[in-house]
Design a protein around this ligand. Structure first.
Ligand code: 5RP
Length: 276
């Protein structure tokens, strides 16, 4: 693997555990001002020091993240549909690789819509983005099963979507957790990170999801709503860090959540390796 490409990946996956806690705040690109992400800058600020990477669009990066930040950026570069349309799969590449380089990001991310009306275009877009990415040493993260595809998230479907993405050359894959997730991991030769999906009924349920995904071989999480729609987003992120980096049990993670949720002073974090 090219040095630059590997260096970018390694910065997102701190060496101590080799796993990554990515914070996803890219929802506005098709959902608009989602609940608790209306003011992205305010949502991101307290969470940023505790994330190994931040997933977002260039608009939110430029407007809402200080350029002094050293947190690696996963830049969403696909878009073109909104929740007002039936077919969310009608996306194109909306940000050039040159702009991604200019923004000094650590990876670019694009949705693929396996089984959707625009399956073909999204897979071709992924392939072309990977060609560009290889040229610039820029890793590409394929995002599988967004929007309506969520309804199909069983192991068979997700294994297909992840494997196809990896076969086309994606360096990383984001997908959803499901029963039999070990089969999804087994069939995908590149690291998988899991999204959380819509806010679950409890923090415990989201911690269980992360725990089970890591136990089944996921290399991290790329989670949004179950963190920043939690009553205590920083506490939730710290609890998730313990699961992803220290393989904490759900009980231990809940103790971390309960212990951190009412604190107002700066909370200790498991330091990402880039700061050690
Ligand atoms: C939105 C995305 C999100 O980044 C992904 O779904 C993770 O966020 P959440 O945990 O809220 O599902 O790709 O298009």
């Amino acid at each position: 693997m090219d040095w630059g490409l590997e260096n970018r990946i390694r910065r997102m996956f701190p060496a101590a555990s080799g796993n990554s806690v990515m914070l996803a705040v890219d929802h506005g690109y098709f959902m608009g001002p989602t609940r608790r992400l209306e003011n992205a800058k305010a949502t991101i600020a307290p969470l940023l020091p505790h994330a190994d990477a931040l997933a977002l669009t260039r608009g939110i990066l430029r407007s809402s993240v200080p350029p002094t930040s050293t947190t690696p950026i996963v830049l969403r570069v696909s878009g073109g549909a909104t929740i007002l349309k039936e077919d969310l799969s009608h996306e194109d590449v909306t940000t050039s690789i040159r702009d991604a380089v200019r923004l000094n990001v650590s990876a670019v991310a694009l949705s693929v819509f396996v089984g959707s009306p625009h399956e073909h275009e999204s897979l071709v877009h992924l392939s072309k983005l990977i060609d560009d990415g290889e040229e610039y040493g820029m890793p590409v993260l394929a995002i599988t099963a967004v929007g309506k595809e969520l309804e199909k998230r069983d192991a068979r479907y997700l294994a297909l979507a992840c494997r196809v993405s990896a076969e086309l050359g994606a360096h990383l894959v984001k997908t959803y957790y499901c029963e039999g997730f070990d089969k999804v991991v087994e069939g995908c030769p590149v690291p998988i990170v899991v999204a959380g999906g819509p806010k679950l009924d409890s923090e415990k349920a989201a911690l269980e999801l992360a725990h089970d995904a890591i136990a089944a071989g996921a290399r991290g999480i790329d989670m949004g709503r179950n963190i920043w729609q939690s009553e205590h987003p920083v506490a939730m992120l710290l609890a998730l860090r313990a699961i992803v980096h220290e393989r904490a049990s759900v009980k231990e993670a809940l103790e971390i959540y309960d212990g951190a949720k009412h604190r107002t002073e700066p909370v200790p974090t498991i330091a990402p390796s880039r700061r050690s």
